[in-house]
Ligand binder design. Sequence first.
Ligand code: FES
Ligand code: FES
Length: 170
Amino acid sequence: MSSPSSNAASVSTSASTTTIHLTVNGRTRTLSVEPRRTLLDALREDLHLTGAKPGCNMGQCGACTVLLDGEAVYSCLALAIECQHQAITTIEGLAHDDQLDPVQQAFIDHDALQCGFCTPGQVLALKSLLLRDPHPDDDAIERAMAGNLCRCGAYPKILAAARSLAGRAS
Ligand code: FES
Ligand code: FES
């Protein structure tokens, strides 16, 4: 899991808020936020995209995972203002034309969730891995998913879903 690159250029400020432009799921969104607003709070509270979950809010659980330019990041640790020049993908933006993303479909096919709280983050962490390595081995899968915790213990089924996407039988 990486941290977003810092890029706070081209902002206008008024009082304690700053106008920023975020590209979220292919749409440019304009927000007025405090500079300290996290990406997680901007997504959930300002844009009403609640797929990214507030778990620990301190970079330890992965429930808030989103993609920045295809790379999985903890949105609770990213400032919204830093993310203006990167493509942000949330779980809401993964399906296209009423077709689930293959990662979403694999989670369903392998029953890889219970309560579902961690699932958006798990799906996006795996999506990020597959974007850079379409055929990861088990070690690569476990390394990529290590920052995404599941209190329900769905790990074996998540691994089965990941293996199927990597082209291997579970
Ligand atoms: S809520 Fe971000 S890592 Fe836990
Ligand atoms: S499915 Fe419940 S926390 Fe993972």
